[in-house]
Design a protein around this ligand. Structure first.
Ligand code: GLC
Ligand code: CA
Length: 559
């Protein structure tokens, strides 16, 4: 065991993400819910994960599908009640799984009591819970643009003031500079921790401190202008430490912060272990930029070297100092096979991508449907899309590039791609609901891609995920080993080693649709290694090398 790494349950666990609306419908109204989750707990457990992260379950008008919260202490009625949640919590705990809640405190819904009161009575303390500002000579208080496109300010006639919303108009930003707001946040955390939840995924947490005076930006982008004034804002450290010391430290819990545009250097500032550590882990976005600039709407050609550089940087820079959070899909990202994998080799590439990221050092997160290789679902009509950011980005793309290109981008980049109902079986509506119509389109490929058909197939993606997670759990080297990259110049192969005490592991991944010659790096004698995982049969070895088949992955262990 490497001396410098402290063991911890949050480092050893793997996590399954549930986006409740599309997971499983338990009461037959077409919308996923907690009853559905309860019925699927054995399934989730069977994957070999140790925790469930729930995207927001709270009461919400669903303008951003739960990321617009109207009541932090209650469950969205469509999903059930607090008692239903408690049953799920107990069911998960009984099965040895932890539960992580989404903590969305950069903003609330405009239907939250605080926001309503901030308008009703501008002299009330709630007014300063938000960023209300007078306009400047009939213009907005500054030139910031929302992350979802359009200006970041909305005018309220009654008050003759604007409020700040970095996301949708219905998501006013909370003012964490106000100590009362921070007390509220701490109370919300305690409410869920006291109930027994095991931690938080903290939504865009690095945006909570805005630069004093909210200055205009000298730059202009149609989306996100002004971001330099609130990304890692001046009081971020202070507020995160306050939340940690006054609340989190008192519980056996974990945190993972969502952190757009994060670098390893900045991440270490927030998550390096020690007295000043603010969060346990961070979801950065750098590895999601191998086929785009910053985010998938600025699409480029997939570039493996770019991907490898990012991964190696995070593996190396954090090792022994901080802990990685590993993911390749979530509710904000299009399906990974469409991006980094291959439709022609769907099954092979799904398994390779799983191995490629889960065998790195860090805590793996798996998004619902990823474990069966679900794919993007292009819809023909823009009006069929429901995600607010898709519709906004489409408008911008259409204005700049025209309708056809904009639609192509929607098909590639829309968050709705990952939000179609989970495909449980080849029955009607993929077994997601008994209602005539699910709330959103089921991908028509469900007849082929579904859980039931993969359950009993030992070669399925689903069963591969199970083997992979079991392998990780049983081998400390996968969790705690150090990392070294090989074949760095290859455009087709991603090869790395892991090292712990006198053990070694070699992970070989092909990103090519063709055969690619591979020679084991120096120090690895494949004849002496044990092949632990692969997505092909007949893995014979010739002269310490072989031809990797399309999207082949292999993991060798050397004792
Ligand atoms: C995060 C969430 C995303 C949401 C946004 C605003 O990025 O993951 O789904 O739209 O924050 O809350
Ligand atoms: Ca339902």
């Amino acid at each position: 065991m490497a001396e410098e790494i402290k063991r911890s349950w949050y480092k050893e666990m793997s996590v399954y993400q549930v986006w409740p609306r599309s997971f499983a419908d338990g009461n037959g109204d077409g919308i996923g819910d907690l009853k559905g989750v309860l019925e699927k707990l054995d399934y989730i457990k069977s994957l070999g994960v140790d925790a469930i992260w729930f995207s927001p379950l709270y009461k919400s008008p669903q303008k951003d599908f739960g990321y617009d919260i109207a009541d932090y202490r209650d469950i969205q009625p469509e999903y059930g009640t607090l008692d239903d949640f408690k049953a799920v919590l107990k069911g998960a705990h009984d099965r040895g799984m932890r539960v992580i809640m989404d903590l969305v405190v950069n903003h609330t819904s405009d239907q939250h009591e605080w926001f309503k009161k901030s308008i009703e009575d501008p002299t009330s303390p709630y007014h300063d819970y938000y960023f209300w500002r007078k306009g400047k000579g009939g213009r907005r208080p500054n030139n910031w643009m929302s992350t979802f496109a359009g200006p970041a300010w909305e005018y309220n006639e009654k008050l003759d003031e604007y409020y700040l919303h970095l996301f949708a108009v219905e998501q006013p930003d909370l003012n964490h500079d106000n100590p009362r707001v921070r007390e509220e946040v701490k109370d919300i955390m305690r409410f869920w921790l006291d109930m027994g939840v095991d931690g938080f995924r903290e939504d865009v947490i690095t945006f909570i401190s805005k630069k004093e005076g909210l200055p205009s930006s000298p730059y202009y982008f149609p989306i996100g202008t002004g971001i330099e004034n609130y990304m890692h804002g001046p009081h971020l450290d202070e507020y995160l430490l306050e939340y940690r010391h006054e609340v989190l430290d008192k519980y056996d819990c974990m945190t993972v912060g969502e952190a757009p545009m994060m670098t390893t250097k900045k991440a270490l500032h927030h998550i390096a272990e020690g007295p000043d550590q603010q969060l346990n882990m961070m979801f950065h976005f750098e590895h999601m930029g191998a086929d785009c600039l910053f985010y998938s709407w600025l699409k480029t050609k997939f570039n493996l070297k770019k991907l490898k550089k990012v991964y190696t940087r995070w593996q190396k820079d954090l090792y022994g100092k901080a802990w990685n959070a590993l993911y390749i899909e979530n509710h904000d990202q299009p399906r990974i096979i469409n991006r980094y994998g291959s439709l022609k080799y769907r099954v092979e590439s799904a398994k390779m991508l799983a191995t490629m990221y889960i065998c790195q050092s860090g805590t793996p997160f798996i998004y619902q449907g990823q474990e069966i290789g679900m794919l993007n679902m292009p819809l023909d009509d823009i009006n069929d899309y429901v995600d607010v950011s898709t519709l906004n980005n489409y408008k911008v793309a259409k204005a700049l590039l025209g309708e056809k290109k904009a639609m192509e981008l929607v098909h590639y980049a829309s968050r709705d791609n990952a939000r179609t109902p989970v495909q449980w079986s080849n029955e009607k509506n993929a077994g997601f609901t008994t209602a005539d119509k699910p709330w959103f389109f089921v991908n028509p490929n469900y007849t082929e891609i579904n859980v039931a058909s993969q359950e009993n197939d030992p070669d399925s993606i689903l069963n591969y995920y199970r083997r992979l997670l079991k392998f990780r759990k049983e081998n400390d080297i996968v969790i705690y080993g150090s990392y070294e990259e090989y074949c760095k110049n290859s455009d087709e192969l991603f090869v790395y080693g892991r090292f712990l005490d006198d053990k070694k592991m070699l992970v070989v991944n092909s990103f090519s649709e063709n055969n690619v010659a591979f020679k084991a790096p120096e120090g690895f004698d494949l004849d002496k290694g044990k092949l632990m995982l692969s997505n092909y049969n007949n893995c014979g070895i010739v002269n310490n090398g072989f031809a990797l088949r399309p999207y082949e992955t292999r993991v060798y262990l050397f004792d």
